[in-house]
Ligand binder design. Structure first.
Ligand SMILES: Cc1cc2nc3c(=O)[nH]c(=O)nc-3n(C[C@H](O)[C@H](O)[C@H](O)COP(=O)(O)OP(=O)(O)OC[C@H]3O[C@@H](n4cnc5c(N)ncnc54)[C@H](O)[C@@H]3O)c2cc1C
Length: 462
């Protein structure tokens, strides 16, 4: 890279009057924006693409992870409202039983992606959130000494704007805002030994679901045969598989982009090209090896790479694997969850895949009826006044991140962050000194399931 520097100096229009700016409109950002706006504050949501939903729409991850624990639904609040609305409007996959999200243990809820986009558009507009699509947050204006954000710089077709606001939520997935602010972050590959691989999902059509068993390819027999036959460029034995999302449409979570650093544009560029190449190989693999897919058509690959791990903030609380295995509950928990620790293998060796399966099934799998708590402190970059993070970039270790990085947990965290921002504005108390008893009450009023008996007015810290 060139060492030369160019100093950019320019006058840009200033916009004022927002209470909260939310950066990134994935499940976390939508929940933060909508739940804050419903509490009566003025919210601007900036989203780099032309739709909300993040990985669930632009990333074509068209299934919600488990929301119940075999006994009851754990994920309430906005996420529950979204999935129930989608069901009523016919946007969940055909034939899906609502118990998938209301009660069952480890059941995924696949959906029709265009329906999800429509529901999110409606919910955000009804809540009075101002949305700007095709708009990227590119810089910040902070008081580093007091760890307070004054404003952000955004860019879109109209040029640059400086937006001042009282509070800010980073729901970019990659902790873009928090990192620009100078908040301490952990980066995959820099602060960890490995980077969890990414995937480029696809939509396919012309599937005969009667003939195709949903689990057949997950047993790995056909993939191994295809690898032996020299079918794949990359001998990856781990294929998550195809989910039914329409009468003859499937979403493929298939193929890994190993060692892709999602904070490097070279890796993103090369990665998406390689993703498209192996998606085509999966097309031919399914046609040849999987019954019911003989006439498969490839509709599209996603426009965003499915990044599992990139950068996480170091929060007031870093949720760790010991909390998970102890099924620890917190007085200030803002959500409870049950999903297993889903850390994909770091390379395509059989050994890495074996370890992945072993860990998933033995060490990091909670039982039906169980759950662990997600405390408020995972949302607060350590010491920051008016900044919260939510979703994939929240504060946890790698293993717990493997559980809480999924859409329902991200939505719960977003709801809590937006609710906290509104409370902070009303009470004048900074993020790190928020009354968490009041926060829990407000979240419960908004239908969050927070079973803790003992509450606390201050957050759990490490
Ligand atoms: C291959 C794969 C399969 C998965 N399968 C499932 C599954 O089956 N079920 C499930 O529930 N979860 C699944 N997940 C996890 C889940 O989809 C994501 O982790 C989750 O969507 C993260 O939510 P988020 O809101 O934190 O971020 P994201 O969904 O990544 O959304 C972030 C948003 O921020 C925007 N953004 C980023 N930077 C900026 C910026 N500077 N300015 C403005 N906007 C910006 C992006 O465009 C994006 O819309 C999967 C993930 C992957 C990668």
């Amino acid at each position: 890279m060139s060492e030369a520097l160019f100093r950019l100096q320019r006058d840009i229009p200033v916009e004022q009057g927002y209470d909260l700016v939310v950066a990134g409109g994935g499940p976390a950002g939508v929940a933060a924006a909508v739940c804050a706006a419903r509490l009566g504050i003025r919210v601007l949501l900036v989203e780099a693409t032309g739709t909300m939903g993040g990985m669930g729409t632009s990333g074509l991850v068209t299934a919600f992870d488990p929301m119940a624990n075999g006994e009851r639904m754990l994920v309430g609040g906005l996420m529950k409202e979204i999935v129930e609305t989608m069901y009523m409007r016919g946007y969940m996959s055909p034939g899906i039983d609502p118990n998938c999200w209301r009660k069952d243990f480890h059941k995924w809820s696949p959906f029709r992606v265009e329906g999800y986009k429509r529901v999110l558009d409606d919910i955000v507009v009804q809540a009075g959130v101002e949305v700007r699509f095709f708009t990227r947050l590119i810089d910040v204006h902070v008081d580093s000494g007091n760890r307070k954000v004054h404003g952000v710089v955004i860019h879109n077709i109209e040029g640059y704007r400086y937006i001042s606001a009282k509070t800010f939520v980073d729901s970019t997935g990659d902790a873009v805002l928090a990192d620009l602010c100078g908040a301490t972050c952990r980066e995959a590959g820099r602060d960890t030994q490995h980077i969890m691989p990414a995937t480029l999902p696809s939509l396919f059509t012309n599937i005969d679901w009667e003939k195709k068993s949903a689990v057949v390819e997950q047993k790995g027999v056909e993939v191994r045969q295809a690898i032996q036959d020299g079918h794949f460029t990359q001998p990856d034995p781990f294929l998550v598989g195809m989910s039914k999302v329409g009468d003859n449409v499937g979403y493929l979570n298939g193929g890994h982009l190993f060692n892709l650093n999602a904070l490097r544009v070279r890796d993103l560029t090369d990665g998406i090209m390689f993703g498209r190449k192996i998606a085509e190989e999966y097309l031919h693999f399914y046609r040849k090896y999987i019954p019911g897919c003989e006439n498969l058509e490839h509709v599209t690959t996603a426009s965003l790479i499915g990044v599992r791990e990139s950068r996480r903030v170091v929060g007031e609380y870093e949720l760790g694997i010991d909390d998970y295995t102890a099924k620890r509950e917190f007085p200030d928990q803002i959500g409870v969850f049950n999903k297993f620790v889903d850390v994909h293998p770091y390379d395509c060796s059989e050994e890495a895949y074996r370890i992945h399966l072993e860990e998933k099934s033995k060490r990091y799998l909670l039982k039906p009826g169980e759950y662990f708590g997600i405390p408020y402190g995972v949302l607060v970059p350590r010491g920051w006044d008016n900044l919260w993070v939510a979703g994939r970039c929240a504060s946890s270790d790698v293993l717990v991140h493997g559980s809480i990085r999924v859409q329902p947990a991200c939505s719960m965290m977003g709801q809590a962050a937006g609710t906290a921002a509104a409370q902070s504005i009303r009470t004048g108390r900074p993020a790190y000194e928020l009354d968490t008893e009041e926060l829990v009450h407000t979240l419960r009023e908004a239908d969050a399931f927070l079973p803790q008996v003992r509450l606390s007015r201050s957050m759990t810290r490490q």
